[in-house]
Design a protein around this ligand. Structure first.
Ligand code: PMP
Ligand code: GLN
Length: 384
């Protein structure tokens, strides 16, 4: 029997899959994996049906349906006052995950170093490694997960190919400030580094906090891939449609890989999204919509042993459980799921090495009654 030498010997099944399965097995309320427990806009679903019946069922153009790329361009211009050419700078992808994967495939050569910030979304480091790159994690810590850009600078070498950022951040809920972007600009100014900016939660920010996109900073825009997801924008995580913005030369390289990675993305949903975006400002209502849920959860947690940390964006809240338990985070989450019927995600899963800050991530993209039920269960948690 031949033994395959793994390219990812230290990578296991994703924590999101693991905790969702555990929740299912124990009939727990699933506040772990990030997805809404409600449907997206009915009109959008109707539009997909219309396009299925209208025969939009063959391959879409490789870069994406033209009308959708035009709409994306218009939305990006409205949001950030920057122009991306639909023809040469916008590519529709099978979700943000594929956009991240393809951008890294286009950029990373064996031995290249990639600076990323932990806690980091679980897909980043394994994707770097698949292409022979070396992740260079910067460790950020609760409660504010602030970035010391001078410390980051010590990690940048001539081998640094890419800086990977994510704002609004999953899992911390933190949003990068203008001074963070200035730090990033300084960092890469005299280097050949590129920037990959995961902005899937761009439209979910709270209390007047402003999301800034790398695309707004000319010095960053010219070397950045910006990744977005319709799964977050319209509550349809299962559709797996997203996009990547990048200047012409970078997009050309991106598409060379994209054409052999997926070639093109699901056709009827692209037409439907194009129609829907034309006369909908749905995405502009996301912040107040989710802020109500966030505030409900924060208020509910005050009556439990959990202490929420500040959350400026995304639909995740980080909570500290040190008043309840001293267990490591993963064991704590497993026990909470099995004994109290509420599934969450250990923050340690977003670090490459074991850290225990007594933190869990709670997804509040849920109906109020789901959050209410979870709160009732969490109130019953006694120290363990
Ligand atoms: N990046 C981040 C930070 C995410 O949270 C997610 C999914 N929740 C993705 C990328 C992947 O998005 P998609 O489902 O569109 O692939
Ligand atoms: N991005 C989602 C989260 O953070 C999960 C997506 C997945 O399961 N890969 O929970």
């Amino acid at each position: 029997m031949r033994k395959l030498t793994s390219k990812l010997p230290h990578t296991a099944t994703s924590i999101f899959t693991y905790m969702s399965q555990l929740a299912l097995r124990h009939n727990a309320i699933n506040l772990s994996q990030g997805f809404p427990d409600f449907d997206g806009p009915p009109r959008l679903i109707e539009l997909v049906n219309q396009h299925l019946l209208a025969g939009h069922n063959q391959y879409a153009p490789m870069a994406g349906v033209g009308a959708l790329r035009e709409q994306i361009s218009a939305n990006v211009a409205a949001a950030h006052a920057v122009v991306y050419d639909p023809e040469t700078e916008i590519t529709v992808t099978a979700g943000a995950t594929q956009a991240l994967f393809t951008a890294m495939a286009a950029l990373i050569r064996p031995g290249d170093e990639v600076v990323l910030f932990e806690p980091a979304y679980d897909a980043y480091a394994p994707t770097v490694q698949v292409f022979g790159g070396i992740p260079k994690p910067v460790t950020l810590r609760a409660p504010d997960f602030a970035i010391d850009w001078d410390a980051v600078a010590t990690l940048v070498t001539p081998r640094t190919r890419l800086i990977l950022i994510n704002s609004p951040n999953n899992p911390t809920g933190r949003v990068l400030s203008d001074s963070d972007y200035q730090g990033l600009i300084q960092l890469i100014r005299n280097t050949d580094c590129y920037v990959l900016s995961d902005e899937v939660y761009a439209h979910i920010v709270y209390n007047g906090v402003q999301h800034r996109s790398v695309s707004q900073y000319p010095e960053l825009r010219e070397r950045a891939f910006v990744v977005a997801s319709f799964g977050k924008l319209y509550h349809m995580t299962g559709w797996k449609v997203g996009y990547c913005l990048a200047p012409h030369e970078l997009t050309a390289e991106f598409r060379k890989v994209h054409q052999f990675n997926v070639f093109s993305v699901n056709t009827p949903t692209q037409y439907a999204l194009a129609d829907f975006m034309k006369d909908s400002e749905e995405h502009l209502g996301l912040s107040p919509f989710f802020q109500k849920k966030r505030d409900f959860l924060i208020a509910a947690l005050q009556e439990t042993g959990f202490r929420p940390l500040p959350c400026q964006g995304t639909y995740f809240l980080v909570a500290n459980y040190s008043a309840i338990s001293d267990l490591p985070e993963r064991v704590f989450c497993e026990t909470l799921t099995k004994q109290y019927g509420v599934a969450t995600i250990p923050i340690s899963a977003f670090y490459h090495q074991e850290v225990n800050q007594h933190l869990v991530r709670v997804c509040f993209a849920k109906q109020e009654q789901t959050l209410q039920q979870a709160a009732t269960r969490l109130k019953k948690v006694s120290p363990f």
